[in-house]
Design a protein around this ligand. Structure first.
Ligand code: PGA
Length: 252
């Protein structure tokens, strides 16, 4: 019922030359692949390059952030409409690096989510707990609150045509992934919350990605869990063979 999706989050990495090599390899390898959706979320300045290389291919692209405002005096910000002009289909919203380093709170994340939806793009909404919150037994409370803030502001139907990503903060960039069992537990719980808010159908259709130290070596086991529908991949998305191996793991 759900198509698997693997999205690379390049973060603040890349150069015109490196991107071109990586994207060309992805394009060459894409032909043989099955139904998994491949996405790269790249830094803003590279959107034009990505658009010109990937247009007409089966690899989609997106941004890592967007302003909640449509236009105006917001120096340094980028609107959803601008992203749309460069062919973006996806926008990561509420990544923990934005929440922690740039102090994006639940209300701002919800506003960004709504702006992305209103602009006709697909938000990839990230939720996740810190290590201290997990150790205090607060994981469900924290991710539940992050989800609730978005549903309250954008409405219970907001998750139709959206993607949710569970990214435990302690697993991001640390090499320490959640175990398949730990991740499945949270994914299953999140899907139950969506079912309560928006109905069983909406919950069954929603792709929920896992993110946090996904590698070629652990992807298959994670993606085999019933409520894990693919991954949001940071570090390993910059190494083309690793990213391809992860995309293939989602196709099994
Ligand atoms: P990581 O990052 O794969 O490098 O842990 C994931 C993310 O931040 O989306």
């Amino acid at each position: 019922m759900r198509t698997k999706l693997v999205a690379g989050n390049w973060k603040m990495h890349g150069s015109l030359a490196e991107n071109e090599a990586l994207l060309r390899t992805l394009l060459e390898s894409r032909e043989a692949s099955g139904a998994v959706r491949w996405v790269v979320c790249v830094p803003f300045p590279y959107l034009a390059q990505v658009q010109s290389l990937l247009s007409g291919s089966a690899v989609a692209w997106g941004a890592q952030n967007a302003s909640e405002h449509a236009k105006g005096a917001f120096t340094g910000e980028v609107s959803v409409a601008m992203l749309g002009e460069f062919g973006c289909r996806y926008v990561i919203v509420g990544h923990s690096e934005r929440r922690v380093l740039y102090r994006e709170g639940d209300a701002q994340v919800a506003a960004k989510f709504k702006a992305v939806k209103d602009g006709g793009l697909t938000p990839i909404l990230c939720v996740g707990e810190s290590l201290a919150q997990r150790e205090a037994g607060r994981t469900n409370e924290v991710v539940g609150e992050q989800l609730r803030a978005v549903l309250e502001s954008a409405g219970n139907d907001a998750l139709a045509d959206a993607v949710l990503a569970y990214e435990p903060v302690w697993a991001i960039g640390t090499g320490r992934s959640a175990s398949p069992g730990q991740a499945q537990e949270v994914h299953g719980w999140l899907r139950e919350q969506v079912a309560r808010a928006a109905g069983e159908d909406a919950a069954a259709r929603l792709p929920i990605l896992y993110g946090g130290s996904v590698k070629a070596a652990n992807a298959a086991e994670l993606f085999a869990q019933p409520d894990i529908d693919g991954g949001l991949i940071g570090g390993a998305s910059l190494i083309v063979d690793d990213f391809l191996a992860i995309c293939r793991a989602a196709d099994q």
